[in-house]
Design a protein around this ligand. Structure first.
Ligand code: HEC
Ligand code: HEC
Ligand code: HEC
Ligand code: HEC
Length: 230
């Protein structure tokens, strides 16, 4: 018993010091809703070693079917705040890059438990198979978490994503500006994906020392200041 305890401590320490210390709700997707049960494979809700979805290449070996949610992007004509227009740069017409992968759960519409390659041999389908319960039913994101993001495809009230980072616009710093205490980044450029701001510019989906997977504490709006020289 004691040995088993020590082994678990060692395993936990190894996990927490490792690159992929998966922490928080993503480490146990099933904890978010009672309609799911744990199948014991934490990565499977997002990644698969085989038959991955090539539509999501910026999120490697992605295990979710392509979402058919229609998104309205920030700065689109229907933007939430009357009279406020974006500084100048237009977003992609739909979420791209890793943001598209986040929104395959955080749109509040897509089934979080729909994967391409379910645990176990065989049982893969590019259109998605439901895992986790018996019988499996689609489980969507609990309202509280997704409301802050792409509720039903509405991105008009969220910080622009899938948008080119153009120095000087909205007081943006040069991309070679060093950043301090940002997880996984030494320069502003390291926070960008293909020169764009995506969800993973501000969040590290696997775990960080900060709340809500932020790449930095946000005391004094440190995260915002990393890019904006206001
Ligand atoms: C909630 C979804 C989710 C879970 C769970 C998850 N990942 Fe990821 N992973 C992503 C996304 C999204 C990206 C792309 C991130 C980016 O653009 O920074 C990624 C990127 C990666 C990468 C390549 C980028 C890098 O950081 O080097 C590896 C390797 C990886 N994940 C491994 C894992 C492993 C191993 C697990 C299980 C222990 C896991 N992931 C669990 C969503 C997830
Ligand atoms: C990774 C870099 C980056 C970070 C971090 C960042 N932003 Fe931005 N922000 C951008 C880019 C790129 C734009 C688009 C500017 C343009 O219009 O070209 C933008 C635009 C904005 C705008 C203007 C939107 C408009 O309608 O013109 C505001 C306000 C803003 N950001 C606030 C914030 C706040 C608050 C934070 C911290 C929570 C933050 N930003 C963090 C890159 C970043
Ligand atoms: C497989 C589905 C899935 C994917 C893909 C996914 N998430 Fe999540 N995420 C969840 C669930 C489930 C929760 C917990 C919701 C709850 O408990 O209300 C969550 C919670 C979060 C939280 C809140 C964490 C906290 O501590 O409160 C953040 C931030 C987040 N996700 C960001 C992201 C980002 C960024 C991406 C893409 C890089 C992403 N997620 C991809 C399922 C997912
Ligand atoms: C410019 C930086 C930035 C970008 C880009 C960004 N986020 Fe966030 N996100 C934040 C900050 C800062 C918080 C914490 C807000 C707070 O504490 O109220 C947050 C909070 C969240 C939460 C938790 C919401 C809550 O109320 O608990 C989720 C979920 C989330 N983000 C997902 C995403 C997803 C998905 C994307 C891409 C579609 C994304 N974020 C893009 C900065 C960002």
């Amino acid at each position: 018993m004691k040995n088993k305890f020590i082994t678990s401590i060692v395993a936990l320490t190894a996990l927490s010091s490792g690159l992929f210390a998966l922490t928080g709700p993503h480490a146990d997707i099933t904890s978010s809703t009672s309609t799911l049960t744990d199948n014991g494979e934490t990565c499977v809700y997002c990644h698969t070693p085989h038959v991955a979805n090539k539509d999501y290449q910026p999120a490697p070996l992605w295990n979710k079917p392509t979402s058919d949610t229609v998104f309205t992007m920030y700065g689109a004509s229907s933007a939430g705040v009357a009279g406020v227009t974006i500084a100048g740069t237009t977003t992609d017409t739909a979420p791209t890059g890793a943001s598209m992968a986040c929104l395959s759960c955080h749109d509040g519409v897509s089934a979080m438990n729909s994967v391409i390659n379910a645990p176990g041999a065989g049982n893969s389908d590019i259109n998605g198979v439901l895992i986790g319960t018996n019988p499996a039913t689609p489980a969507t994101m609990p309202a509280l978490a997704y409301k802050a993001v792409g509720s039903g495809g509405d991105m008009t009230d969220d910080h622009p994503i899938s948008i080119q980072y153009i120095e000087g616009r909205a007081s943006l710093r040069p991309i070679n500006t060093p950043v301090i205490d940002i997880v996984g980044a030494s320069f502003v450029s390291d926070m960008l994906r293909d020169g764009k701001v995506q969800c993973s510019s501000c969040h590290d989906v696997h775990g960080t020392p900060y709340n809500t997977y932020l790449r930095s504490h946000n005391t004094g709006s440190a995260l915002c200041f990393a890019c904006h020289d206001k």
